[in-house]
Design a binder for this molecule. Structure first.
Ligand code: 13P
Ligand code: SF4
Length: 301
């Protein structure tokens, strides 16, 4: 391929396709995307797009969410093996069993979950609206899955009783209190901005906790010249683009999600050329999952 960027542009026009990318995607992918965003922004955007084909550069649950809200569209994921280990920690059988044990509880599932898990949920949430979503539910008991760290963050900001799930994001869970201490030693006053998928002890020491979009907003409005980023490395691309005069440092060098890095320009080209990696969801599951996702979108951020 002589010039992958040009080839992709050409194919995109021919096929009436649009490329959306999550904030954690490799720099070269974000550079050619038509839209970049956090999970909430992208799931909302997917329902509004006019193109017939959505090439979703992210992990599988994100591409599935796009398909759930726009079933008439063809949704392609450039690497079908780009999964989310945390989403894989929640299975439908265990969820049904917990629901049976807590018949009065509502189920709030983080969008980092399979379409099947969403279909057994009352509502979905993302890291940007989890507290608001949980507080909006009439039930007092909430089964919150799959992220125990986000669940803990929510439980400290609500009077509801949270029933936790033993899931976590391996990438964010790797960040330790020691990393916060080291960062404070090296960068003294630089604010630490952390994603709520980090451990509670890390979040307790953070100056700001938010989704990837929240971190971008905070960084833009901050007077600080140096900022420490407690989320996946890919976010540095937009942080640097949008704030060329500020310095950004990762809270831990281990903040890399291998699945997010599976996408590249060659795979995007191939998926568009050969219509490979199409997301398919059983219609009965999709209809139920759509209710949970739309309930979230209606409540907003
Ligand atoms: P956001 O919802 O902040 O985009 O994060 C998604 C994700 O996968 C975090 O690890
Ligand atoms: Fe899943 Fe964590 Fe990767 Fe996000 S960063 S996609 S939660 S493994």
């Amino acid at each position: 391929m002589l010039n992958p960027v040009k080839e992709i542009e050409k194919l995109k026009k021919e096929r009436n396709a649009v490329i959306v990318a999550h904030n954690y995607q490799p720099d070269s992918v974000q550079a050619i995307a038509d839209y970049i965003g956090d999970s909430y922004g992208l799931s909302k955007k997917a329902a509004q797009l006019e193109e017939e084909i959505i090439v979703f550069c992210g992990v599988k649950f994100m591409a599935e969410s796009a398909k759930i809200v726009s079933p008439e569209k063809t949704v392609l994921i450039p690497d079908i093996n780009a999964g989310c280990p945390m989403a894989d920690m929640a299975d439908i059988e265990s969820l049904i069993e917990i629901k049976r044990q807590h018949t009065d509880a509502a189920v709030a599932s983080y969008v980092n979950s399979s379409a099947a898990v969403k279909s057994e949920s009352d509502i979905c949430c993302t890291s940007s609206n989890a507290v608001k979503i949980v507080n909006s539910l009439p039930q007092e008991e909430i089964i919150f899955l799959p992220d125990k760290n986000l669940g803990d963050y929510v439980s400290k900001r609500t009077d509801k009783e949270i029933i936790f799930w033993e899931g976590f994001c391996p990438t964010h869970h790797r960040v330790m209190l020691e990393d916060v201490k080291k960062s404070r030693e090296i960068y003294a006053d630089a604010p630490i901005l952390a994603h709520p998928e980090c451990r509670a002890e890390v979040l307790e020491k953070a100056d700001y906790i938010g989704s990837t979009a929240g971190i971008l907003d905070y960084a833009k409005n901050s007077d600080a010249e140096k900022l420490i980023i407690g989320t996946e490395k890919g976010l540095l691309y937009r942080l640097k683009e949008e704030n060329p005069d500020k310095e950004f440092h990762l809270l831990s060098f281990q903040l890399i999600c291998r699945n997010m890095k599976k996408t590249n320009l060659e795979k995007i080209f191939n998926s568009l050329k050969n219509m490979e990696g199409e997301i398919k969801i059983d219609e009965k599951i999709r209809i139920k999952a759509e209710k949970a996702l739309q309930a979230m979108i209606e409540l907003g951020e």
